[in-house]
Design a protein around this ligand. Structure first.
Ligand SMILES: Cc1cc2nc3c(=O)[nH]c(=O)nc-3n(C[C@H](O)[C@H](O)[C@H](O)COP(=O)(O)OP(=O)(O)OC[C@H]3O[C@@H](n4cnc5c(N)ncnc54)[C@H](O)[C@@H]3O)c2cc1C
Length: 392
């Protein structure tokens, strides 16, 4: 048999510069590993990412990776976030900021890009997203928040059910109904603007950030806060969604690696009988081996998805890949955390060990930022061509 165009092995390897970046990220992440709890707590107590860690990001140029196009690298950022998650440090804010930055880059306007992209690149700003509403949940098209133009400004009225990190972000991208009655509109809002009130939701600091309800009562934002075109807000959500799902998948892959490496270590050293570690038992070993196999495959898909976004691939391809990556990685993170709890036994339930946070954060990734069902809906309808059961 002749093979016309053999697959080149380098297609399965990271290029040398990204391998170096990954190695460096793993080295730096390892220096923070025994302070993972302190890093998590710092953001909650001081409304800022742990300064020493964030300085390391800035000094290594990793905040610049968030930039769209040739200036940044989504794959590079995915590798960095994965490396930190693999040490128990889940950095959710860069996911949100990068997703909003890409949406700004693709839909404009230039004035907002010029203000916010340099600040994201030098790590001096964070951006959030406010889309979800109480009565419509995942159904973005059912939002009732109204963004109405009034001369040189917009007024926003509505309720956003759950918005992450409003205590930290500089601006939040608000998705609502266009006041014209047709379509949707997005604006970039300072959550400290008069008329915007934020109420913390007690959620145990899932994703390592505080969560808030955002009430908007005739909030005035200048017309130049408009992102994308009025009435065409879904075009803004499209790139945001792909980036958010891909980087969520990278965090999940890292979290799965965190659980797996520590469970393996425990299985190798924990001896309760006959001087043999518990890992000698297939009942302990095989689930860990199966997780290893899934992690290897999932990481390839996550990396390929990020690489395709960097290469400007067809948005339909990117949508399919980012949804597939998110589903696989979220299930993997959950299963790996669940297995780690099993291997660690009673010690996993000591709150000081951090396993309960790992487990709950991993569980959350099945429900958000998009539920696995909605990601599978996309694959079923738009990749497999199956009929939709809801209007989209
Ligand atoms: C910790 C946390 C942080 C969040 N941060 C943000 C944020 O910063 N910004 C933001 O905008 N949102 C945020 N969200 C919202 C989140 O991303 C989801 O969009 C939201 O949880 C979905 O809405 P819901 O909970 O009302 O679920 P619902 O939409 O009520 O869905 C409930 C369940 O039913 C399933 N379901 C419903 N309809 C279908 C269907 N047609 N097919 C298959 N299954 C279906 C869903 O998959 C889900 O499992 C956050 C959520 C959490 C938990």
């Amino acid at each position: 048999m002749t093979v016309a165009s053999p697959i080149r092995t380098e297609y399965f390897e990271l290029p040398a510069d990204l391998t170096r970046l990954q190695t460096r990220a793993q080295q730096v992440a390892a220096t923070f590993a025994d302070r993972a709890a302190e890093v998590r707590r710092h953001l909650l107590d001081h409304a800022e990412i742990h300064p020493e860690l964030w300085n390391a990001f800035r000094d290594n140029g990793w905040t610049r990776l968030a930039l769209p196009g040739a200036e940044g690298s989504l794959l590079g950022l995915a590798l960095v976030l994965e490396a930190f998650a693999a040490e128990g440090i889940v950095l959710w804010l860069p996911v949100l900021s990068t997703a909003v930055a890409h949406a700004l880059a693709q839909t404009g306007p230039r004035e907002l890009r010029d203000v916010w992209l340099p600040r994201i690149a030098d790590g001096t700003a964070h951006l959030g997203m406010a889309a979800t509403e109480p009565h419509s949940g995942h159904n973005l098209f059912g939002v009732r928040t109204e963004i109405r133009r009034a001369g040189d400004h917009f007024t926003i009225t509505g309720v956003k059910q759950i918005t992450s990190a409003l205590d930290v972000v500089d601006r939040v991208l608000v998705f609502g109904r266009a006041g014209t009655g047709a379509g949707h509109t997005c604006v970039l809002l300072d959550p400290r603007t008069a008329g915007a009130s934020i109420t913390e939701i007690p959620m145990g600091f899932r994703e390592g950030v505080r969560q808030f309800r955002l009430d908007l009562a005739d909030v005035v934002v200048p017309a130049d806060a408009l992102v994308g075109a009025e009435g065409r807000g879904t075009a803004v959500m499209w790139p945001f969604t792909h980036i958010e799902r891909t980087l969520t998948a990278a965090l999940c892959a890292g979290t799965a690696a965190y659980s797996l490496t520590r469970a393996v270590d425990r299985a190798r050293h924990r001896v309760i009988a006959a001087d043999r570690p518990i890992g000698v038992h297939q009942a302990v070993a095989h689930p860990l081996a199966a997780l290893h196999a899934r992690l290897a495959a999932t990481r390839l898909l996550v990396h390929r998805t990020a690489a395709r976004i960097d290469a400007g691939a067809d948005p339909q391809v990117i949508a399919g890949d980012s949804n597939a990556a998110k589903v696989l990685a979220a299930d993997l993170a959950f299963d790996a955390a669940d297995r780690a709890l099993q291997v660690f036994g009673a010690d996993a339930w000591d709150e000081r060990a951090g396993w309960l946070d790992v487990f709950l954060d991993a569980r959350l990734s099945r429900s958000g930022p998009v539920s696995n069902e909605f990601a599978l809906n996309h694959l079923a309808q738009h990749v497999l061509g199956l009929p939709a059961d809801t209007p989209h």
